[in-house]
Design a protein around this ligand. Structure first.
Ligand code: PLP
Length: 378
């Protein structure tokens, strides 16, 4: 039987059993609408509010600063749009390395002439040029800086504290796409100086279709969706009660075992790097794989000579799930915008390998062996 080696955890992670249990119980017994005043409604409301307290506690914020959404994309769209509508921010500073949810949202606001967007430079390893960011901030005061905490394709980490201090110095607001780091690190938002952050449960072994946004109380914004007054008028629509309960459980578990998981996953990444170097001549890594980089993501740049379009299907036949870019653009043969922004050599196929607590060193070894075999037979 063909094995199943899942190394695409930056796209989505498997649900943890404990999370499934919580959700199952909730689906079966908590069927009321949290807005209803009767007993079943009140029970659902309690589940939602307990989850909010738990999430807020882990992020070091107050429950009133956490709002549940359908995931990262909705949270990003809400925050960027409402910064314009409610906080009258007209200048945005971002990078070419951001997730499409950020870039496309800013593109639309710009096309509607509501904002101007300035792009901070990055180096060929994918790090933001902090000096250039300072220069942009000193020209464009009152800006919103939208920079991600960890890049979903190459794993690079942003020096968040440095960026937040610069933002404070220039009266800028700091929005950080923290989708890839929440659940992987202890992201204490106020300590990091982040004003707006977003999370998505399916990136940390929770369910798909649920996430949250953090809105610092000093910069309140309004709902993006029009409808009922759920989430204290911040997010219209009936709450995904079992999704929210599952997300809170997944986040609690991720924090309980965080250090051990980090160590295990970091070890897998190092093993993968060493084996690839040993077995595939000319292999390189996009981004700063051995520098300031998320332990869960490794972007492998392979020598030319192999049709990039054949690589993923060939690995898939061997039971290996990896990605060639971000999940949202996989399936498309367009070169990754992030790799373009790094000026990565276009003739080299690239593969994003992303690990989780459930992966083993044997799986990593199998992946590298199959990759080598594909190269040898090409
Ligand atoms: N931002 C980053 C960095 C991501 O990796 C993703 C998901 O791939 C998103 C935003 C979008 O999150 P969601 O899938 O919850 O809409």
């Amino acid at each position: 039987m063909k094995p199943l080696i899942y190394l695409d955890n930056a796209a989505s992670t498997p649900l943890r059993e404990e999370v499934l249990d919580v959700m199952h119980d909730c689906m079966q017994h908590i069927y009321g609408n949290p807005s209803s005043v009767h007993e079943q409604g009140r029970k659902a409301k309690v589940v939602v509010e307990q989850a909010r307290r738990s999430v807020a506690g882990l992020m070091g914020v107050t429950p009133s600063e956490i709002f549940f959404t359908s995931g990262g994309t909705e949270a990003i769209n809400t925050l960027l749009n409402r910064c314009v509508a409610d906080l009258s921010r007209r200048r945005f500073i971002t990078s070419r390395l951001e997730h499409p949810a950020v870039l496309n949202c800013l593109d639309q606001l710009s096309a509607e002439s509501k904002i101007e967007v300035h792009y901070v430079e990055n180096d060929t390893k994918g790090h933001i040029n902090i000096t250039h960011l300072g220069e942009l901030l000193s020209i464009h005061n009152d800006a919103v800086v939208a920079l991600m905490h960890a890049n979903n394709e190459i794993g690079n980490l942003l020096p968040v504290k440095t960026v937040s201090e610069l933002c404070q110095k220039h009266d800028a607001l700091f929005f950080s796409d923290t989708v890839q780091t929440i659940g992987k690190y202890q992201v204490l938002l106020p300590k990091l100086g982040i004003d707006f952050a977003v999370a998505s449960a399916h990136k940390f072994h929770g369910p798909k279709g649920v996430g949250f946004m953090y809105v610092r109380s000093s910069h309140p914004v309004n709902s993006f969706l029009r409808g009922g007054g759920q989430e204290r008028n911040m997010r219209a629509g009936t709450e995904n009660v079992y999704g929210i309960a599952g997300m809170a459980k997944a986040l609690e578990l991720s924090h309980l075992q965080m250090e051990a998981d980090q160590k295990h996953i970091y070890g897998l990444k190092q093993t993968c790097i060493s084996l690839l170097r040993e077995k595939i001549q000319g292999v390189q890594f996009n981004g700063d794989a051995e520098g300031s980089s998320l332990h869960t993501i490794l972007n492998v740049s392979l020598p030319g000579g192999l049709d990039p379009e054949m690589l993923l299907p060939a690995l898939d036949i061997d039971g290996i799930c990896v990605s060639s870019g971000s999940a949202c653009s996989s399936g498309s043969i367009k070169r990754s915008a992030v790799l373009n922004a790094l000026n990565a050599e276009s003739g080299r196929p690239s593969v994003r390998v992303s690990f989780s607590r459930f992966n083993t060193a044997d799986e990593v070894g199998y992946f590298v062996d199959r990759l080598r075999a594909i190269y040898q037979s090409s």
